[in-house]
Design a protein around this ligand. Sequence first.
Ligand code: ASP
Length: 319
Amino acid sequence: MGGTIASSNSTGENGVKPSLSGEELVKNVKGLQEIADVETISFRLKPSADLTFSDLTSAATRISEILDSDADGVVVTQGTDTIEETSFFFDLVINSSKPVVVTGAMRNPTSISSDGDLNLLEAVLVATSSQSKEAGILVVMNGEIHLAPFVQKTNTQNVSTFKSPSLGPVGWISEGKVRFMLKPAYRRIHLPLSNGKEPTIPIVKSVLGDDGIIFKALREEDIQGLIIEATGGGHVSSSVADFVQEYGKSIPIILCSRTGSGEVLTQTYSFKGSEIDLINKGVIPGGILSSVKARILLYLLIKNEYNLQRIAESIQQWL
Ligand code: ASP
């Protein structure tokens, strides 16, 4: 689907951009042909922030069709900037026991020590492993295996950027061998892809001294849901709490934390703007989900026309 792993510079201008086909990506990966018969599909050639829900819907449909055939698994290559979102989208909508592995690269193919070939080889290895079955969508980068609901990009450039801050990787690849150490114990949610109306769901980050200016601006917009990336355990300024009161009972608002790991609180603090106050105003605690992952889940729930109560119940499955 593009990204750094598929980027090069054929025009001589400064910088690289997505330009390599699937065929070009796999052709020089040493050892790949020995571990799998790989068929490539050049699906999109985009920087990953430009991928849309429509792209993801088409990709998931295509992947599901492939998994229904005699393929043993699927590897998706794409830009690393949004892997944490796309992999979670696939995790929610692809209902197959066969492995689906997402990977990318931090160093493009023209740079020294590009990581793309190794990531691709190891992603294919993981996709061919019987241990990867029933594990949900996996992200393989830098020799580690991560679960889609938890993985996050944590560094702008380092090849070890992908972490699952609340639990760590569930396995790794060692000398070409796939090692799983942990298996998911949480209940996965599966949602159908739906043709429902396209919802708009902004993410608003809370900051010190927040006067709620973004919320004032949002009053003018037609939004169907909202994610609050709150400070600490799930707290906003008292001005923001006033705005939340206006929206909380009419549209789904999910409370997440800007800290990057851990569950949001539900029953510890009672000041204005605290998690207890916000929940009383109608906000749904987002549990362990990061703000960008909560947005993906809420998008699919709204697309499937879930009402507020069912949305709250579904999100709370993550607690
Ligand atoms: N830096 C990004 C990448 O790793 C660009 C993108 O996400 O498309 O691929």
